[in-house]
Design a protein around this ligand. Structure first.
Ligand code: UTP
Length: 485
């Protein structure tokens, strides 16, 4: 495409302001800039902008027609709180068998910029302050190693491999790869860690115009964790999965220190129901907790914002099996997803047109078009366009979907905020939750841990989910230090 063709496309899309400083650029800058402009479809951006900036009033009129939002039907749910011990053992056996067949992979969402946490390094490199000072990436790598070992041992199979597909983005790719290299891939085989990159989208201002980061560069940002679907196809991941014989995947967020990657119970649950997609949820803490909810929307699975249900619905209760009451809408979304490969292979038929774009109002450093000065805003001045990973759920029939309720204490403690700012979901809560779990595991194994000890660090290499700690029976752990055998 020549300069004239590129300029004509931007002009036709109402985005030719990006050429404001073009004549002032060196020829080298011009060619880099043109290469970036060529990689963007200005019509697509203008159309997305029109949709996301459509007046509120039209949204209200849609809402007033009203989708029917109900809790997921019983047929699509199960809970670790109420399932029988035999049932859980059965799921675990099925999931373990799939892992032993080398038919399972994990996909990590690690393309986010972690703006609330405010660390310059990717979130996975973060040290949550454990006695061992292990990073989130290290904990996750050890959990894969541990599970591979547990499965190989319990099934007597030969080599068990759980490939780890790591989705990064422009800002996180290089530092993430360097971190893994620096730590010798945490003991995993390099060829079984596959990095791939999600896409970026231009940032737009409040009038839908593409923003410039410099006179010769469009401001771009990762396209949200929903960018995974496009990236899986475009980065060749689906082909690689097929080649390796993978049939079941577990996708999860980088910031959950308790995540049970490739959890055999979850995999067995999803596979035995033969669904396309399954989710894990935790019980919502209280009616007003600000979490997304997994629900039925017009009889299709969907994730909605906490604000999309009425106060009455948020407070509604149902009788639980124990005779107490539980919130009717309690399926808090923790972005732990199971996918069948067969489902992911349908992406090329739906990804372009299906997922909506969401507006994230952010502070975006940019060039002021009239003065040419660089602006560093202190309040949000523009929009990052994001797709959400769960926005494909509504295309599923309820029979193709299932949700498993799990314990928050055991499986979910997100790292979102800088410690000392919001007071929750930060490094302090992550560390405390992981160590309290270690203490619970030790006590359940017959070890002694004084009450005065908040928690104990049990490395994932010693135990994936509380198993293999019989050797601690009768031992006393009276410091919070990482235990070793
Ligand atoms: P969040 O939405 O919490 O974003 O991501 P974040 O980047 O971690 O933090 P903030 O909002 O900027 O403070 C949830 C998960 O989705 C991934 C993140 O890496 C995290 O695992 N994610 C998010 C992506 O992979 N790509 C994106 O574009 C955005």
């Amino acid at each position: 495409m020549s300069y004239n063709e590129i300029k004509a496309a931007y002009t036709a899309a109402g985005q030719d302001h990006v050429f404001t400083f073009y004549d002032q650029l060196s020829s080298e800058e011009q060619s880099t800039f043109l290469a970036q402009l060529k990689s963007i479809d200005p019509h697509r951006i203008t159309n997305i902008a029109k949709t996301v900036l459509a007046p509120e009033i039209s949204n209200e009129s849609i809402i007033s027609v009203g989708p029917e939002i109900t809790p997921l039907p019983d047929s699509a749910t199960a809970s670790l709180f109420t399932a029988s011990a035999d049932q859980i053992v059965d799921w675990k056996k099925k999931g373990t068998a799939l892992i032993a067949e080398n038919a399972v992979a994990v996909v990590l969402l690690a393309g986010g910029q972690g703006t609330r946490l405010g660390s310059t390094a990717p979130k996975g490199c973060f040290d949550i302050g454990l006695p061992s000072h292990k990073s989130l990436f290290a904990l996750q790598a050890e959990r894969i190693l541990s599970l591979q070992k547990v499965v190989a041992h319990s099934t007597g199979s030969g080599k068990v491999t759980i490939p780890w597909y790591i989705m990064t983005s422009g800002p996180t790719r290089a530092p993430t790869q360097a971190f893994f290299q620096q730590h010798s891939y945490f003991g995993l085989e390099e060829e079984n860690i596959i990095f791939f990159e999600q896409g970026v989208l231009p940032c737009i201002d409040n009038a839908g115009k593409i923003m410039l980061e410099t006179k010769s560069k469009v401001a771009v940002a990762p396209d949200g964790n929903g960018g995974i679907y496009r990236a899986l196809t475009e980065a060749g991941v689906l082909k690689d999965l097929k080649k390796r014989g993978i049939r079941h995947l577990h996708a999860y967020c980088v910031d959950n220190c308790l995540v049970r990657m490739a959890d055999p119970v979850f995999l067995g649950f999803a596979a035995s129901r033969n669904v396309s997609v399954a989710t894990k949820s935790v019980p919502k803490r209280n009616p007003t907790e600000n979490v997304g909810l997994i629900v039925s929307k017009d009889n299709h699975p969907a994730v909605i914002e906490y604000s999309e249900i009425s106060d009455e619905m948020a407070h509604r209760t149902v009788a639980s099996v124990e005779g107490t009451s539980a919130l009717a809408f309690r399926t808090a979304n923790i972005v732990n997803h199971y996918y069948s490969l067969a489902y992911l292979e349908t992406i090329p038929t739906w990804r372009e047109n299906y997922l909506p774009y969401h507006v994230a109002k952010k502070k975006i450093p940019c060039i002021d078009l009239s003065s040419g000065e660089t602006l560093t805003p202190s309040t949000p001045n523009g929009i990052k366009l994001e797709q959400f990973i769960f926005d494909c759920f509504p295309q599923l029939n309820m029979s193709e979907f299932a949700n498993l309720e799990v314990s928050r204490d055991d499986e979910f403690s997100p790292l979102k905020n800088k410690a000392g700012t919001v007071g929750e979901d930060d490094a302090d809560s992550s560390r405390a939750d992981l160590m309290k779990q270690g203490k619970r595991w030790l006590l359940a194994s017959g070890a002694h841990v004084p009450e005065s000890i908040l928690g104990v660090e049990v490395p994932p290499l010693l135990s994936y989910a509380g198993e293999n700690l019989e050797w601690t029976k009768g031992l006393t752990f009276d410091t919070e230090k990482e235990i070793s055998k």
